[in-house]
Design a binder for this molecule. Structure first.
Ligand code: RVP
Length: 500
């Protein structure tokens, strides 16, 4: 007879946390959200990647491109660049994140000495930038001949066909920095020479970047930035599938991806094992690779024994996901996390190896994040949450009175990611959709909302008397709530002024 799980499967909104003793040791300012991403033996070592905040962005076309990855890594989390695109394009996105240097801006307003004042004005208008690089060929990385700023010309008297060479500040009179200097060294030069912009050049005098005085403050405010400790680049992840991994993985590794993740709605498959086995044969443990998604202990064990570095948990809970309706597979996200966390802890007790788990999908309110972390998730993958921000790759639109961003599932026809829903065999098309195309309310730049979310998580952890995520997992007390008490949890039985 089939196994029927005796317990109902639940989701986050059906639980609440019970406060623990709050002490001076666990006030909000002392709380750390650092968390391991890759498996390790706690008795001997640290995880090779620790997130500074327990968030990763979903492996989705409508969520994780290079812009999102840079913004999230700068705030302490990590993006997985979507894998449902040609290999070269995914690798290019990874490479763009790795090349990003906070405060070092590739010049997008450039002229050559032979151009005219009219050309300068046109570029200023198009780009909105008033510092123009003058290079021998007018490209962003040509040999630097000088710079032009609004102080170099006088619109009321200068002729529009005046040559740039006549009015630019020439190279000989410029202060420049050498490629390879740090941001703080560049800023020291800016301050000591009273500059607004410092051109950075290489040994052949080619323009590499500008560092601007006005950016200084914004680049100081990212204490949680997630950097690769060896080369100081921002960390980035990338999605792979179980079909073209022999080509995709080498390209992503070459581009500098710090971590890979096999992206599948149902990861309990021999194809995931084959993919991990191939990666281990080619790269040993050098390549960090996560696997999933699973929703029970058997799935966890299988992928861990196959060699995965972390396991993603969740089927059918995603906001755009209709897998449960279409295929009838899945499990309430809270129950899935609790069950898989138990398997992780059992495995740790047996082997001394701790394999982090990621709760993927189904987070609706900020407090759900703390619940998921308390239930045992080491970190969270979110799509809808991140899709709402300026940094996501999708269109911002006005629909009626609302500003929205587009957000579509990888199982929708729009994404056409058949590899994610691959059941093996020769099929290379999706016969039915497992996701929808939708809008989400626009939420502005990531940082503002993210800071508020993190403050809420820390406030809850402080209420629970916990100072880090490990103690939250170990000491949290959770209770199931009835549907009546869920109603009691919001404002009720009053006429809200903001809704009249
Ligand atoms: P959410 O954060 O609730 O929007 O869920 C995002 C998650 O949903 C993804 O990380 C992925 O696991 C899942 N997903 C992505 N596309 C689809 C689909 O089309 N069904 N589901």
């Amino acid at each position: 007879m089939a196994i029927i799980f005796p317990d109902t499967s639940h989701t986050f909104g059906e639980y609440l946390l019970i406060p623990g003793l709050t002490t001076p040791e666990c006030t909000v300012d002392k709380i750390s959200l650092r968390t391991p991403l890759a498996k390790y033996s706690p008795a001997k070592e640290e995880s090779r990647i620790n997130l500074n905040i327990p968030f990763v962005s979903a492996i989705m076309q409508s969520v994780s491109n290079d812009t999102m990855a840079i913004a999230l890594a700068r705030n302490g989390g990590l993006s997985f660049i979507f894998g449902s695109q040609p290999i070269e394009e995914e690798a290019e996105m990874v490479a763009r994140v790795k090349k990003f240097k906070a405060g070092f801006v590739r010049s997008d307003a450039n002229v050559s000495p032979k151009d005219t004042l009219a050309d300068v004005l046109a570029i200023t208008q198009n780009t909105g930038h008033s510092t123009i690089g003058v290079t021998d060929d007018g490209t962003p990385d040509g040999v630097l001949c000088g710079i032009v700023t609004s102080r170099d010309y006088r619109l009321s008297t200068d002729s529009m066909d005046r040559k740039v060479a006549d009015f630019m500040t020439p190279f000989e009179r410029l202060t420049t920095g050498r490629k390879g200097i740090s941001l703080s060294e560049a800023n020291d030069i800016i301050w000591s020479h009273k500059l607004n912009a410092l051109p950075i050049i290489d040994e052949d005098r080619r323009l590499c970047y500008f560092v601007f005085r006005k950016d200084y403050d914004s680049h100081k405010e990212n204490p949680l930035e997630l950097q690769n400790p060896h080369n100081k680049t921002l960390m980035v992840g990338a999605g792979i599938n179980t079909r073209d991994y022999k080509e995709r993985v080498p390209a992503l590794v070459e581009a500098g991806a710090d971590v890979l993740c096999i992206d599948s709605s149902d990861g309990f498959s021999v194809w995931q094992k084959e993919t991990i086995t191939w990666i281990r044969e080619q790269y040993g443990d050098r390549v960090i690779v996560g696997a999933g998604n699973v929703v029970d202990q058997d799935g966890f064990r299988y992928l861990v024994e196959a060699g995965a570095d972390f396991i993603k948990v969740g089927i059918g809970g995603g906001s755009i996901c209709i897998t449960r309706e279409q295929k009838g597979i899945g499990r309430g996200q809270a129950t899935a996390v609790i069950d898989v966390a138990k398997a992780r802890d059992d495995y740790y007790r047996e082997t001394g190896i701790y394999v982090p788990i990621c709760s993927d999908g189904g987070i609706v309110h900020d407090y759900h994040m703390t619940l998921a972390l308390a239930m045992g998730a080491d970190f969270l993958m979110m799509g809808r949450y991140f899709a709402r921000f300026d940094e996501s790759p999708t269109e911002k639109l006005r629909i009626g009175n609302n500003i929205v961003k587009e957000y579509w599932g990888e199982g929708s026809n729009r994404a056409h990611n058949w590899q994610r829903y691959d059941g093996g065999g020769v099929a290379t098309v999706m016969k039915f959709e497992e996701g929808v195309d939708s809008y989400v309310p626009y939420a502005g730049p990531m940082k503002d909302t993210l800071d508020q979310t993190l403050s809420k998580i820390k406030a809850t952890m402080s209420s629970c008397g916990t100072v880090d995520l490990k103690t939250l997992r170990e000491n949290a007390k959770l209770t199931l709530v009835s549907s009546t008490s869920i109603i009691e949890g919001g404002a009720h039985d009053v006429i809200r002024k903001d809704r009249t």
